[in-house]
Design a protein. Structure first.
Length: 319
């Protein structure tokens, strides 16, 4: 670092590498890039990373010739895209990539949360961030066979690592970690889930993961049941089930109808009623978006454990 400061200024990345040859080996240069320290050269960390080898080769050639002079007729490698105008906002994709590089370099998100662009989706489909999920107690188990098992939850976060493993049957599985700026959560991916979702299991991708939360002391682990890209949250569920008690009044039915109208979507809504010892299920006229907000609205009318989002039969959700 002292060499970098002592030999300033630098006209471009090649100039930096020529004047500070100690950056040619090891991970120092890559870490500087991923941490955003080279953005003054007019490109994002991702763009600079894609041209590092060109700049290294050029710097080594210049150093070998024993001069900093550059042949005027030799093309200089592009550092990346043209510098952005001052004050130009960066896109969500750019910010996401930069935050991932930042995390890879220093081990945390220092300049922002990778989930900032998805706050509305997180509010609708998760309701809580990772820190809140890992600190709460699992809900009590339910008697109904349709009720979700204890600890089932949905979390959102950027995948920061994923390593493969072989289970006791010789099949592939995986262990991953997602983070959202508030905390991190370990994800266990058994064989079927792991194999079907390999295209999504790339570090830097924002995900929604539905699974069973298991807690041992202060540590928490999510056993994944479904994984989707955060841009397709509705694919976590196939349908919505509302359980009604017999003798439900007309006023309550109207409130349910109005609530369903407030959350239009493409998932079918089914009504289950129990009467004279038998259960009857029929399709409602509405199709809705299965969000946390809808669940809360309906449960404020009908009481807890009256609304269930039924998971898709296709756990990979990639088709």
């Amino acid at each position: 670092m002292s060499d970098i400061l002592r030999r300033r200024p630098y006209s471009d990345l090649t100039d930096l590498l020529t004047k500070v040859p100690s950056l040619h080996s090891g991970q120092a240069l890559e870490m500087l890039c991923k941490a955003g320290a080279l953005e003054s050269f007019g490109a994002s960390p991702a763009e600079i990373m894609s041209t590092l080898s060109d700049h290294l080769n050029r710097a080594k050639k210049i150093s070998k010739e024993g001069t900093y002079q550059i042949n005027l007729f030799e093309e200089s490698p592009e550092t990346g895209a043209a510098p952005e105008a001052a004050g130009t906002p960066k896109s969500g994709a750019q910010l996401g990539n930069e935050l991932f590089f930042e995390h890879e370099a220093i081990g945390c998100f220092a300049t922002g949360s990778p989930m900032d662009d998805f706050k509305d989706i997180i509010t609708e489909f998760c309701g809580e961030n990772i820190a809140q999920v890992t600190s709460r107690q699992p809900p009590p188990s339910q008697d109904s066979h349709r009720a979700p098992s204890p600890g089932v939850t949905v979390v959102a976060g950027m995948l920061t690592s994923c390593r493969s493993h072989v289970d006791r049957f010789g099949r592939s599985m995986g262990f991953a970690k997602i983070e959202d700026g508030s905390g991190s959560l370990e994800i266990v991916l058994f064989h079927d889930i792991y194999e079907k979702n390999i295209p999504l299991l790339k570090p830097g991708i924002p995900l929604l993961v539905r699974g069973r939360l298991e807690k041992r002391g202060l540590s928490a682990t999510l056993i994944a049941e479904q994984i989707v890209g955060i841009d397709q949250p509705e694919r976590l569920y196939e349908s919505i089930l509302i359980k009604l008690d017999p003798g439900m009044g007309v006023d309550v039915m109207r409130k349910i109808r109005d609530a369903l109208k407030d959350y239009p979507g493409d998932r079918p809504v089914h009504i289950e009623m129990t009467e004279s010892g038998g259960a009857y299920e029929f399709r409602a006229g509405s199709s809705c978006r299965p969000t946390t907000a809808l669940r809360r609205k309906l449960e404020s009318i009908l009481g807890p454990y009256s609304v269930f989002f039924l998971k898709s039969r296709d756990e990979s959700l990639l088709s």
